[in-house]
Design a protein around this ligand. Structure first.
Ligand SMILES: *Cc1c(COP(=O)(O)O)cnc(C)c1O
Length: 333
């Protein structure tokens, strides 16, 4: 089955489209992690992106491809938070209507922030798949354009611009650590980096609690998994049983997938705060968490991508104070 494959050329074309509306985020050396690992470790500070996560890149590139007619009717999506937030923001910038459908696992702070950005919100039951059904209904009934969170060539190309920046900032990078959920982020970054420097290792990192892409790679085709609470809430959700773009790209371009426990993710958040002075959410902490856990075999310079900072600040306070994740995040049996 031949899926859509996003190329370096498409990613380079996305760059000037989105550049006027995004921050070109820095990549900085981490003294604490470099010392600890015995190799140069860099952090790509994409959690400082406008709206607090990288999702704005893909969304802006996708909106650019809409027709004038589609712009008049507006846009709709299902989202675990950061994609919906980016879409609400970008649609607002361009004076478009937006509707965001989401599951009731999405933290309250994220829902509130999206509402403040001017989007209409529809909350469905505890699954991302139910949210997607609601989206399909709105597309069919009201003719809004669906902007998917990851499984789209335009989205993947937008996220891939991060890869261009990493290679510019750290030309001798050997390994890139990327948070992995639906795979739009890592597919774009891998296409960009392997297109420019084919021998760079790209490692995807997910949480052990409900990693749909990891399970799909093992099965050899997209499968669904039971959704669970995790500190890395932005990594929740399935990859879509009819996945067209990201599954094939991740299978062909990503070298390894690593899974982390809740404790290892918490350690990443706490380290980023104590040693880097950065506030990051669980999904963004998996690169640091994997390094601290000794789960990455090091060979030369490493870049860990910090993907977002939209964490509930009360939860963040408890984690940096050293509480065990089991005490702060009730796990569903
Ligand atoms: C969406 C998201 C991810 C995962 O991106 P995918 O394209 O779904 O793999 C990682 N970190 C943060 C903060 C996100 O919002």
């Amino acid at each position: 089955m031949a899926g859509t494959f996003v190329t370096l050329t498409e990613i380079e074309a996305a760059r000037p489209v989105i550049a006027p509306h995004i921050l070109r985020t820095p990549t900085v050396p981490s003294v604490s992690l470099s010392e600890r690992m015995g190799q140069p470790v860099y952090l790509k500070l994409e959690h400082r992106q406008i709206t607090g996560a990288f999702k704005l890149r893909g969304v802006l590139n996708a909106l650019n491809r809409l027709s004038p007619d589609e712009r008049r009717r507006g846009v709709v999506t299902a989202s675990t938070g950061n994609h919906g937030r980016a879409l609400a923001y970008a649609a607002g910038l361009q004076g478009m209507r937006s509707i965001i459908c989401m599951s009731n696992l999405v933290p309250g702070n994220k829902v509130d922030e999206i509402r403040k950005l001017g989007a209409e919100i529809r909350i469905v039951s505890a699954s991302q798949d139910d949210a997607q059904e609601e989206v399909d209904k709105i597309v069919a009934q009201d003719g809004l354009a669906m902007i998917p969170p990851f499984d789209s060539a335009a989205i993947v190309a937008g996220q891939g611009t991060i890869g261009l920046e990493i290679i510019e900032d750290v030309p001798d990078v050997e390994t890139v650590l990327v948070p992995l959920s639906g795979g739009g982020l890592i597919a774009g970054i891998a296409a960009a980096i392997k297109g420019l420097k084919p021998r760079t290792r790209i490692i995807g990192i997910s949480m052990q609690n409900g990693a749909a892409m990891a399970a799909s790679l093992t099965a050899g085709h997209p499968v669904s998994v039971v959704e669970q609470q995790s500190l890395a809430d932005s990594l929740g959700g399935g990859i879509g049983l009819n996945n067209r773009v990201t599954f094939g790209m991740v299978r062909d371009l990503v070298d390894t997938v690593v899974l982390l426990s809740e404790e290892e993710i918490a350690a990443g958040i706490a380290h980023a705060y104590a040693h880097e002075r950065e506030i990051i959410e669980g999904a963004a902490a998996v690169g640091i968490g994997a390094l601290l856990a000794g789960k990455i075999r090091l060979q030369g310079p490493v870049v860990a991508l910090l993907s977002g900072r939209n964490i509930d600040m009360e939860q963040h306070r408890r984690i940096v104070a050293g509480y065990h994740p089991g005490e702060t995040v009730p796990c569903r049996a």
